[in-house]
Design a protein around this ligand. Structure first.
Ligand code: PMT
Length: 399
């Protein structure tokens, strides 16, 4: 994914403890090939010094409207000329208010007025400041003015309180910025996905599960969000993964819960992608209390689970359904057999030894035109290729 390569980004840093997270964001952006220019406000410089941002960005850091290093003394104009975006992170309540009113009393607010590129803000402030009617009004106005507001998040705050107002984590801000520069192959589409394993309880302590990590499904959900999908709902079995940016995650444990969550999310969906390794069977009668060791053999009766993908694909109003098939041998025969049995326009086949649990995968896409092998690659890259193929099929279907 090279969408940030060569992009010129201006990162504004205002006063807030979250400024330390912006240092990591700058590192991520630079690593992805962006040309990052940091503008610190006076308050921002009290939290993280210019030297840190200079070292991380590899560019001079700007703080002063009257900086003599700019030969024409026009830092407020020159910094945004050719810029692909300005992101203010953290954005204090003060800077949001200034942006709403077009105030220009320092370098950052002045260059925001003089810019002709998109402006993104990542608010960070105490929860009461965030909930104050003035801030609520200001944020609504900024959105109306075309400013993209990223976050904030809820959680522990530096002041010791708990609530809305934490700046989004650097990885999520990175995703949001990168997504701006990606082609919007799924613009306007609603996508529902499943990912991860299911856990079928034997008793309150034990259960039947499998070693799906969720990495493939999460990578695909992230790729859909980056491709501009209007809504991405990820129904996830138990994994240790964070929800990707732009994705609404619904946590479930068992196949039955997964089925209910999928059906609840389905109205309005254009695409359904079943990546989850759903248990085909569950203990017919989970014990209410922990089963005690007896020294005797223990027999479990298993009941079949519903096939979520088959059920969705069989609906009269079925969305475009994409299945996965994990096999340990004879991939072509089994995968294509599953695709035909469930009447799927697209199925992604992989061998468990290639795809289960790891960071990379090697897959073959099966559709009505035949088989399309993809070379082994990290799961995010595979996910991007699947989205491109899916988008082409959706376009062809429409046309
Ligand atoms: O999570 P990772 O570690 O990244 O691993 C990724 C993966 C190997 C799990 C993934 O790439 C994959 O292959 N997922 C499908 C695994 C699977 O259960 O395949 P299956 O052949 O048993 O099922 C076929 C399809 O029906 C799948 O889309 C599955 O989600 C769906 N299904 C299966 C059973 C069931 N009861 N309900 C379903 O919806």
């Amino acid at each position: 994914m090279r969408e940030l390569e060569g992009r010129r980004l201006v990162i504004g840093v205002t006063g807030g403890v979250a400024a330390y997270k912006t240092a990591e964001l700058v590192r991520l952006l630079v690593k992805a090939g962006a040309d990052v220019h940091v503008v610190l406000t006076e308050a921002g410089a009290r939290f993280v010094g210019a030297v840190t941002f200079q070292a991380l960005s590899g560019n001079p850091v700007w703080t002063d409207l009257w900086d003599a290093r700019m030969s024409n003394n026009m830092a407020h104009i020159d910094l945004t000329r050719g810029a692909d975006a300005v992101l203010i992170a953290p954005a204090s309540a003060d800077v949001l208010a200034k942006l709403v009113h077009g105030l220009a009393d320092d370098l950052l607010t002045t260059l925001c007025l003089a810019r002709d590129c998109p402006l993104l803000v990542a608010p960070a402030m105490n929860r009461q400041m965030w909930e104050h009617p003035a801030t609520v009004r200001n944020v609504a106005q900024l959105r109306e003015d075309g400013v993209t507001v990223l976050g904030p998040d809820a959680g522990d705050q530096a002041c010791g309180e708990v609530g809305m107002g934490r700046m989004l984590e650097p990885e999520l801000l990175f995703e949001a910025v990168a997504a701006r520069f990606q082609s919007k192959l799924l613009a306007g589409r609603k996508v529902v996905l499943t990912a991860g394993p299911t856990f079928e309880a034997i008793d309150p302590v034990r259960g039947i599960t499998n070693s799906s990590s969720g990495k493939m499904g999460y990578a695909l959900a992230r790729a859909c969000a980056r491709a501009g999908a209007a809504e991405v709902v990820l129904v996830s079995g138990p994994t240790g993964l964070p929800a990707p940016w732009g994705v609404r995650r619904v946590d479930v444990k068992s196949a039955l819960e997964m089925r209910d969550a999928v059906l609840a999310a389905l109205p309005g969906a254009d695409v359904f992608i079943g990546v989850a390794a759903v248990a085909d069977y569950r203990p017919a009668q989970p014990a209410e209390h922990k089963i005690k060791k007896s020294g005797e053999a223990l027999a479990l009766t298993l009941a079949p689970n519903p096939d979520i993908l088959a059920e969705v694909a069989a609906r009269p109003d079925a969305p475009f359904c994409v299945g996965f098939a994990a096999e340990s041998r004879e991939l072509d025969a089994y995968a294509e057999g599953k695709r035909r049995a469930k009447k799927l326009p697209l199925l992604v086949g992989n061998l468990v030894q290639d795809g289960l649990g790891g960071d990379d995968n090697e897959v073959i896409l099966y559709d009505d035109a035949g088989r399309h092998p993809l070379a082994r690659a990290p799961k995010p890259a595979i996910a991007q290729r699947i989205v491109e193929h899916l988008a082409a099929l959706l376009r062809a279907r429409k046309g």
